[in-house]
Design a protein around this ligand. Structure first.
Ligand code: NDP
Length: 285
């Protein structure tokens, strides 16, 4: 049986650490970290994520305000909200929930974000800073996966990491973070021929595809560390299903994240950590 990289247990420890740090920050400086979320449209997955985030923030003493917009709201209204939140010293982090409704230019809205408040780390200015090796908030799911590796003392330097998926929120930043950790990185995508040949070379394999159980045990090098970011709704299954076929992958992997309870819980914990960091920087300034 491989080592199970338990995101539930790890994120619980991180959230407890954050709660203690929030209390200390507020006691010392009077600053209470506040995260604002812009929720445009009625995507049920987005609504669930934002309400989970509100609940977790509340438990850690982080203030949480949600700004809802209908699906047909003009882009200018959302942009005005971003501008207002950028300028509000009581707000430390801003999350623009992805995806924005059809017709809105998501990149243009994200580009308005003050990088100091982009705690979700997916605005182009944060990505550029990450690529340039400058201080920036890192996209929460990739950073959550890196933190999981750190917490389990799994080395990255010198390893061959293969990332399947190249989305802006997941695959690309994950590849850059692994590279920053001195891994040798291969990025695969839908046009990669012979995917299994690539994945079988991975010491660290990251699945960020959005295709249920696409990565099977025969695609995994014996002893590899497998991180499964996927969560997919599958009819007839009670819980979300990862991009990795857990049972067959477990026969090859030395360590693996389950779905649910692996990568998923690390995302919100990272968002909260980033918000706390933004508040600490603001308090110092
Ligand atoms: P996207 O659909 O934006 O990207 C999927 C990527 O997978 C694309 O780069 C695509 O390639 C690639 N891909 C698709 N099919 C194949 C294939 N057959 N072989 C190789 N590569 C393929 O998805 P996201 O990155 O947003 O999400 C990926 C998964 O992670 C989903 O299951 C999603 O639900 C989950 N997720 C989890 C989060 C968490 O908190 N745990 C947060 C966000 C997402 P191409 O670029 O060529 O199209």
């Amino acid at each position: 049986m491989p080592l199970i990289l338990d995101g539930n247990a790890t994120s619980k420890i991180i959230r407890a650490e954050i709660k203690a740090e929030v209390a200390a920050l507020t006691a010392q400086t009077g600053v209470k970290p506040v995260l604002a979320a812009i929720l445009a449209g009625d995507n049920p997955a987005s609504q669930t994520y934002v309400s989970m985030k509100e609940r977790q923030c509340g438990r850690a003493g982080i203030g949480s305000i949600t700004y809802p917009f209908p699906s047909d709201a003009p882009q200018s209204a959302v942009e005005e909200c971003v501008d207002k939140l950028n300028a509000d010293p009581a707000v430390h982090g801003i999350l623009i929930q992805h995806p924005l409704p059809k017709g809105m230019d998501e990149a243009a809205v994200l580009a308005r974000l003050d990088p100091a408040k982009d705690v979700d780390g997916i605005a182009p200015q944060s990505m550029g800073r990450l690529l340039a090796g400058m201080e920036a908030f890192h996209a929460c799911t990739p950073e959550g996966m890196m933190e999981l590796l750190r917490r389990y003392n799994i080395p990255v330097a010198g390893k061959h990491a293969v990332v399947v998926g190249r989305s802006v929120i997941l695959g690309k930043p994950m590849a850059i973070l692994l590279l920053a950790g001195n891994a040798t990185v291969t990025i695969c995508h839908s046009r990669t021929p012979n995917l299994a040949e690539m994945t079988r070379q991975a010491d660290i394999l990251v699945a960020a595809v959005g295709k249920p159980e696409m990565i099977t045990g025969n695609m995994i090098k014996p002893g590899a560390v497998v991180l499964d970011a996927g969560y997919n709704k599958v009819e007839g299954r009670d819980t979300d299903v990862g991009d990795v076929h857990f049972a067959s992958a477990s026969e090859a992997a030395s360590a693996i994240t389950p779905v649910p309870g692996g990568v998923g819980p690390m995302t919100i914990a990272t968002l909260m950590r980033n918000t706390l960091t933004a508040a600490k920087r603001a308090a110092k300034a």
